[in-house]
Write a protein that binds this ligand. Sequence first.
Ligand code: PRP
Ligand code: MN
Ligand code: MG
Length: 181
Amino acid sequence: AADIPDDLTNVLVTEEEIDAKLAELARRVDADYAGKNLLLVGVLKGAVMVMADFARHLERHMEMDWMAVSSYGAGTKSSGVVQIRKDLDTDLHGRHVLIVEDIIDSGLTLSWLLENFEARGAESIEVLALLRKPDAAKVQIDCKYLGFDIPNEFVVGYGLDYAEKYRNLRDVAVLAPHVYS
Ligand code: PRP
Ligand code: MN
Ligand code: MG
C-alpha cells in the first residue's frame, strides 16, 4: 500500500486481509458441506479473484460454474436491470449451491439470482461475498459467508471494476471521486 496511484484515495482491505478471511471462510465451508456435493457458482466478472483464491483454500472437492450477469454497465450506480450475459452450464436441480460474489451493494444482483436459482430447483443455496455495503441491509439477503462490511464508498480492485478497469489490483481500494464525477 506504499504507492497508491492518484486515482485511488486509500486501501480499504489489503491482499493479506483478504487471503486470511478467505482461508477462514473456507474452513467453515469445508465443515458445513461435509458429505455434500458442493457447487460453487461464481458471478462474472467481479467474482473471479474471490473464486480463484477461495476455491484453492478449500480442502473438499467441489464443482465450479459461472454465470455472467451485469447490472452496472459503465456507471457507478446499479441500473436496476439484471441481464444474463452467460448462463450456467450446470443443472441446479437437487444441487447444493454456494454463490460466490465480490460485493453486495444494493443487493439487486443477488436477490435476483437467489430467486432464479430457487426456481431451478436447487436443494440449498447459500451466499459467500467478500464485501458488503450498508445499502444491502434494505433487501433481505442472508449472506452466510461474509468477508467484510465496508462503508458506502465506490471501491475497486480484487475483481471490482470501474468501467472495466482496476480489476487486477491486489487490494480493495477507494476510487477517488474525481475519476467518476
Ligand atoms: C457488481 C458486483 C456485484 C454487483 C453488486 O457487478 O460485482 O456482482 O455489482 O451490486 P448490487 O448488489 O447493487 O447488485 P457488475 O454488475 O458491475 O458486473 P461485473 O461483476 O462484471 O463488474
Ligand atoms: Mn458482479
Ligand atoms: Mg462491475
